[in-house]
Design a protein around this ligand. Structure first.
Ligand SMILES: [Zn+2]
Length: 275
């Protein structure tokens, strides 16, 4: 957490409030949130006096583009990790504990604050390059999504969790998509029939669309830029529901796969046959 729909919701909030605005000051309160010697002060210096032209997302990463006349554009990359938040708060509100950075924008009554309790996330200046990430699970055309997953070796859940294959999905949306597609998390993706793979691609798109529409899933501490919780939790069918009945009546099971709690319905998602 947060995964693609939560990050998408945050990006929409940032664009709504900040696109086209000049950054008047950038202050890093916790230098180690910007890895690298001297990088925190460099980031603050570079962003101050630049205009935020737009914010976009690839996978779970946020890319905010800043411009200044007669200077190369720079991109602020925000990785929210497990517990990262970006929040608009009034300047007279005392920053909550674990607030690591604050940004003031021209003609905007609230400042943008970055908070991260567990600090698995970080901020950095970089290019808009998406590096080793695969296509974005939501922005990719349906055919690209299908081709990306076709003939992939490995178990379905492991492939979908791999950001170098497909960017943006995490534990919640992988478990939900596999359930809706009727695929066991350990199903060998390379041997899944094309029709079933199509169903999986459709399930991914439907689950993401529904969750983005509802502002994401608040399981633990996720909130959007206004501090509001997402509404998708009530739509979850297997994630966090072990021991309760599936829509089909069978009790949902949980096991650990690749170190992650994995939720599935033994009836809707039959175990793959051993060869
Ligand atoms: Zn079921």
């Amino acid at each position: 957490l947060p995964e693609l729909p939560e990050v998408e919701t945050i990006v929409r909030g940032l664009n709504r409030e900040l696109a086209g605005r000049l950054c008047l000051s950038a202050e890093i309160l916790t230098p180690s949130i910007v890895p690298g010697r001297g990088k925190a002060s460099q980031l603050a210096r570079e962003l101050t006096g630049r205009r935020l032209t737009g914010v976009r997302r690839h996978g779970k990463a946020i890319f905010a583009a800043f411009e200044k006349p007669d200077a190369p554009a720079v991109t602020l990359r925000v990785h929210l990790g497990m517990t990262g938040q970006l929040l608009f708060e009034r300047p007279d509100e005392k920053p909550a504990p674990h607030t690591h950075a604050r940004f003031v924008f021209e003609n905007h009554p609230r400042e943008l604050r970055h908070r991260d309790i567990r600090r698995f996330g970080w901020l950095e200046l970089g290019s808009g390059d998406t590096g080793t990430m695969g296509p974005d699970a939501w922005l990719a055309e349906p055919e690209v999504l299908f081709d990306t997953l076709r003939r992939r070796d490995g178990m379905a859940k492991a492939v979908l969790m791999n950001q170098a294959v497909l960017a943006g999905l995490g534990n919640i949306y992988v478990d939900e998509s596999l359930h809706r597609a009727g695929l066991h998390p350990r199903a060998p993706l390379g041997r899944v029939k094309p029709d079933r793979l199509r169903a999986l691609c459709d399930a991914i798109r439907v689950v993401l669309a529904e969750s983005i529409e509802l502002g994401g899933t608040s399981f633990r501490n996720y909130v959007d830029t206004e501090g509001s919780r997402g509404g998708f939790k009530g739509r979850l069918r297997v994630y966090g529901k072990e021991g309760t009945p599936c829509v089909c009546g069978t009790v949902i099971k949980k096991f650990v796969m690749g170190g992650r709690g994995t939720h599935f319905c033994p009836s809707c998602q039959p175990a793959p046959r051993r060869r």
